[in-house]
Design a protein. Structure first.
Length: 300
């Protein structure tokens, strides 16, 4: 099963994780609580007063940034922009540290070289399980590219601050779209958590069953994996292209895997040795030197 979903900005804005938005602007996570405050002046004043006097100026800046972000979301939504999700649900099994998709397509995974020695393939039913298939999800999400081009240099209305605001909102909208889509996948398309009832805060705290590791993050540090996921999903369907190094365009894009195992959890691959680099490269049908740039941050 492969599906494409297109969301209006209003349909995903409630799923935005404002902690990451404020982090991008250099604000500590505690200032993101403004997003959960009612928009009336008295509620905002009470929120501001809860901060120690030395932090109130910074809190006031965070409050104003949030107000401007909400106004920008309304403006962009009125212009008809969308956020797009492409996902597929595939039969799979684990073969050692590889995940085999639809009986033939191999996705090599990396394993920690320190306790507890985890690998994402550990959360997939092994190949020798009496022929019983497991299931895995693959996803990509992207915001309309023109969102992050608003107010850019060379545009008639160029404005560095508003341009950065649109860029950071586009990033968060792509993440919000896959958050909403993943919820629908768990409850309906895949259906392994059909009775799930979680608040947005609980979704952001990842209280749901399963995990959604993204390419380029600690459990999946190899960006070249995007070439494999693109071969399975066809990213171009939602306007995503890949550079020669596997980076996604538009910048406000995210891709990865969805796993349903109740004990699946996030972890960091951390440092790997040359022996694992060589083994991983062989399993990918590449040379160690070809793979070295993709794993430079993980090499000892």
């Amino acid at each position: 099963m492969i599906q494409t979903l297109h969301y209006r900005l209003q349909e995903v804005s409630d799923y935005i994780n404002w902690s990451y938005f404020f982090h991008a602007w250099g604000f500590p996570a505690r200032f993101a609580s403004i997003a959960s405050i009612h928009g009336c002046d008295s509620c905002r004043a009470i929120w501001l007063a809860d901060f120690p006097q030395p932090e109130r100026k910074r809190a006031a800046e965070a409050m104003e940034l949030h107000k401007e972000a909400l106004r920008m979301l309304v403006r962009l939504g009125a212009e008809g922009y969308r956020v797009h999700v492409r996902f597929g649900l595939f039969d799979c099994n684990a073969d050692g540290d590889d995940i085999i998709i639809d009986g033939s397509y191999r996705l090599p995974m990396l394993r920690q070289q320190h306790e507890p020695y985890l690998c994402l393939a550990d959360f997939v039913r092994p190949l020798n399980s009496e022929g019983v298939k497991d299931r895995i999800g693959i996803f990509a999400a992207s915001a309309d590219e023109r969102i992050e081009q608003h107010y850019a240099d060379g545009m008639p209305d160029a404005d560095a601050y508003l341009h950065l605001l649109c860029q950071t909102l586009a990033d968060r909208l792509a993440e919000a779209a896959i958050e909403r889509a993943h919820q629908a996948i768990r409850k309906s398309y895949w259906g392994y958590a059909s009775t799930e009832q979680l608040s947005i805060a609980e979704l952001h705290a990842e209280r749901f069953q399963g995990i959604r590791p993204a390419v380029g993050y600690p459990s999946l540090p190899d960006q070249s994996l995007n070439f494999d996921l693109d071969a399975l999903l066809d990213f171009s369907t939602i306007g995503i292209t890949l550079t020669e190094h596997g980076a996604m365009r538009p910048h406000a894009s995210v891709s990865g895997l969805m796993m349903a195992h109740p004990e699946a959890r996030y972890f960091s691959i951390g440092c790997i040795g040359n022996d694992q680099l060589c083994d991983y490269a062989q399993r990918k049908g590449r040379t160690p030197e070809e793979m070295r740039p993709y794993l430079a941050a993980n090499l000892e």
